[in-house]
Each structure stands twice: as structure tokens, then as C-alpha cells.
Ligand binder design. Structure first.
Ligand code: SAH
Ligand code: SF4
Length: 362
């Protein structure tokens, strides 16, 4: 029996089965519990009319003994973007930390952008979360809770629409919190529950080499995005301090090995900054660097953040042309939710985007 209360959102289906059978309840009741948690997004399980053996288990272990609980972060605020397609939710965790989760809907497809940590230890100079520093890793339950929250919100806005995509591009570095992120994605991609296809889950990393290799070794089914931003060691480490630890050469080596092992394509994220990484020479070097790697380059226009003086680049079209000419697909990330500070790198609890604005969307 657990002495420390455990989050039911942090358990795999098989672990729920074990929890039930340890208490003498037949395993097949796990399905109803799983469905209540991950399909119906129940908050208070004691209110649900389960079959008697499960009902008793819930009353005893969730209700009375409180051995298990469900993370239900309180929504501190909901901010709508004027584009009508982006909503940012500020979620308050049990210890008072506020994290941000974004729901984006375009072309009829809904995507959740999740946080993996409160703050981030990586310190990228252009990123608001990086400037805030590291606070703590999120638990599996706290990551899964963001999906439940977004799905509940989506059901209110568009009752017949499903959440199909997840990107780990909110606050934090997902591969720094590897075990919890992978387990959370295993839980939300379980076909009996949230059922998000693993192919529609993208994990974005600033380049933690050992964990990129680990993803390949463990044959994780998720898509990998690597935030590159620089074509030489000097260019990159001026923007991404962790490049001093995992340098460009070892990062590209890890990407090459990832592609060979998994046969999968890597998405390379490139935040385009005037005078820093937007010249035609840089584009040529990037194309050469990626030769032989199945890649797709995603250009992200720089979003404004308080602590960074750099400017957005005007040379995106030319940059894109050079990459494409070398045979590498290259697209622009759309600018979403800039007015509510929900764009890439603008998520920083407590500072930006906290003013409640009148909702201007649907
Ligand atoms: N830590 C992970 C995922 C979160 S950041 C990573 O770095 O990949 C998600 C993406 O937003 C990254 O590609 C990051 O480089 C980009 N980003 C950060 N700050 C930005 C800013 N101010 N403007 C545009 N993109 C930014
Ligand atoms: Fe962390 Fe990613 Fe921001 Fe860098 S860009 S500081 S890795 S969240």
C-alpha cells in the first residue's frame, strides 16, 4: 500500500490493473476506470456509478484513504488571442507553480502545446522561459493533466472536434525530464483513453545528445524536433548556451545516428534572428550540415520577449529558398497567439500575457 498519495494520471493502464488486483479487484475493471479518467475526464471519481467492486475500491482508496488522487490544476486564467484560434491556459499546480498550456486550432486541426517543466535550465538567450531559469520538472500526472484540461476546454468550444496533435514546445526542455515526458506520452497515446496517435506527437529538444540517442535506442514512436538555430559552433553557442556542453558536431552526429537507427525524419527548428543566423551563407552551411539526414527545416519568426534585444529577420524568404534548393523541405511556422504571449518562447508564467483581456474570439 502506498503511503505517499499517487496520481492516477501518472499510471499506465497496466499499473492501474495492478493497483486494482493488489486490492483484490478483478483487472478487467481497469477499463472503466481508465475510460472515466482519460475519455470522460472525470475530476471526482467518487461521484461515478462504477460497478460495485470498482465503486468500493474508489471509495476506499481515492475517497477515504486518499492513496490515489487526480491532478486537477486550477485554471488561473484563460487568454484568447485575437487570431481567434489560440487560447492560452494558465494552470496552477498543487505547489502554486503556474504553467502554461496552449490550444491551437487551424485548418480544423487542434493541437495542444504542453509544458514539461516549470521554467527551463537551458538559458537560450531569446526565450522567455529560458530567462526565467529552472524551477522544477513536472510530474507525469501534471503533464497528462494538461491534455485533460485542453480536451475539456475543446469539448466546450467545439463539441465534435478531437484533439489530434501534441507538441512538447511549451515551457521547459522535454528531454531534460525524459522519463516523465515519455511516460506521459505513453499514457495519452493509449488507444483505450486519449488515443492520440504517437505519430502526431512531436517532442522538441534543444539538443540533449544522450537523450536523443536514448529515444532512438528505445525506439520511441514519437516525432523528434531539434532546435538548431546555428550553423557553426560560434553562431549556435551565442544563442544556445547548452551548445557548449553538447556541441554542434556531436548534435549533428546524434541526429544522423537517430535517422539511421529509426528511419525517421527529424524536424529542425530555426528561430530566425536578424544579423545572427539569417544570412545566405548560414543557409548554405545549414543545408550542407544536414546533408544525408532525412530532415525538414521549420523556420520560426522571432517572437518578441522582454529580455532579448534581437530583431526578427526580413530574410526568411531567401533563407527558405536556399534550403529548398538543396532538396530539403522548408516551411515557416505560423505566428500564433503573439498578442497573448503564447507564441514560441514567450511562455513565462507570472510575467507576460497575464493581463486578462476581453475575449475576442468565437
Ligand atoms: N525546449 C524545447 C521546447 C520548448 S521551446 C526546445 O528548445 O526545443 C519551443 C521552440 O520555441 C524552440 O524551437 C525554441 O527555439 C523556440 N523559441 C524559443 N523562444 C523563441 C522566440 N522568442 N521566438 C521564436 N521562437 C522561440
Ligand atoms: Fe529552454 Fe527551449 Fe527556451 Fe531553450 S528555447 S530556454 S531549451 S524552453
Amino acid at each position: 500500500m502506498n503511503l505517499v498519495p499517487q496520481s492516477l494520471l501518472g499510471l499506465l493502464f497496466s499499473e492501474i490493473e495492478s493497483a486494482l488486483s493488489d486490492a483484490g479487484v478483478l483487472k478487467h475493471h481497469a477499463k472503466a476506470l481508465w475510460r472515466a479518467i482519460h475519455r470522460d475526464h472525470a475530476i471526482d471519481l467518487t461521484e461515478i456509478d462504477f460497478l460495485p467492486p470498482l465503486k468500493k475500491w474508489v471509495e476506499a482508496y481515492v475517497g477515504i484513504r486518499k492513496s490515489y488522487f487526480i491532478d486537477a490544476p486550477e485554471q488561473d486564467d484563460e487568454i484568447h488571442s485575437s487570431d481567434g484560434l489560440t487560447r492560452k491556459y494558465l494552470l496552477r499546480l498543487n505547489d502554486g507553480q503556474v504553467i502554461e498550456t496552449v490550444l491551437m486550432g487551424y485548418d480544423g486541426r487542434f493541437t495542444a502545446c504542453l509544458s514539461s517543466q516549470a521554467g527551463c535550465a537551458m538559458g537560450c538567450v531569446f526565450c522567455a522561459t529560458g530567462q526565467m531559469g529552472f524551477v522544477r520538472h513536472l510530474t507525469v500526472g501534471e503533464i497528462v493533466a494538461q491534455i485533460r484540461h485542453v480536451r475539456r476546454m475543446l469539448a466546450q468550444i467545439h463539441p465534435h472536434r478531437r484533439l489530434r496533435n501534441i507538441v512538447l514546445m511549451g515551457m521547459g526542455e522535454p528531454l531534460h525530464n525524459y522519463d516523465s515526458v515519455m511516460k506521459a506520452m505513453d499514457i495519452v497515446s493509449d488507444a483505450r483513453g486519449s488515443s492520440i496517435s504517437p505519430l502526431k506527437i512531436a517532442i522538441s529538444t534543444v539538443g540533449l545528445v544522450p537523450n536523443i540517442l536514448r529515444m532512438a535506442d528505445e525506439n520511441r514512436p514519437y516525432r523528434l524536433a531539434v532546435s538548431l538555430h546555428g550553423s557553426t559552433e560560434e553562431e549556435r553557442s551565442a544563442l544556445v548556451p547548452t551548445s557548449k556542453k553538447w556541441n554542434l558536431e556531436s548534435l549533428i552526429g546524434a541526429c544522423r545516428s537517430y535517422c539511421q537507427t529509426t528511419g525517421k525524419r527529424i524536424f529542425f527548428e530555426w528561430t530566425l534572428i536578424a544579423g545572427k543566423n539569417d544570412s545566405p551563407e548560414t543557409a548554405e552551411r545549414l543545408a550542407a550540415l544536414l546533408e544525408g539526414i532525412d530532415s525538414h527545416v521549420n523556420i520560426i519568426p522571432l517572437n518578441p520577449t522582454n529580455g532579448f534585444a534581437g530583431a526578427a529577420s526580413e530574410s526568411g524568404a531567401e533563407f527558405q529558398k536556399i534550403i529548398r534548393k538543396s532538396g530539403i523541405p522548408c516551411t515557416f511556422r505560423q505566428r500564433r497567439g503573439i498578442d497573448v504571449a503564447a507564441g514560441c518562447g514567450m511562455l513565462k508564467a507570472g510575467r507576460v500575457g497575464l493581463t486578462k483581456r476581453p475575449s475576442v474570439s468565437n
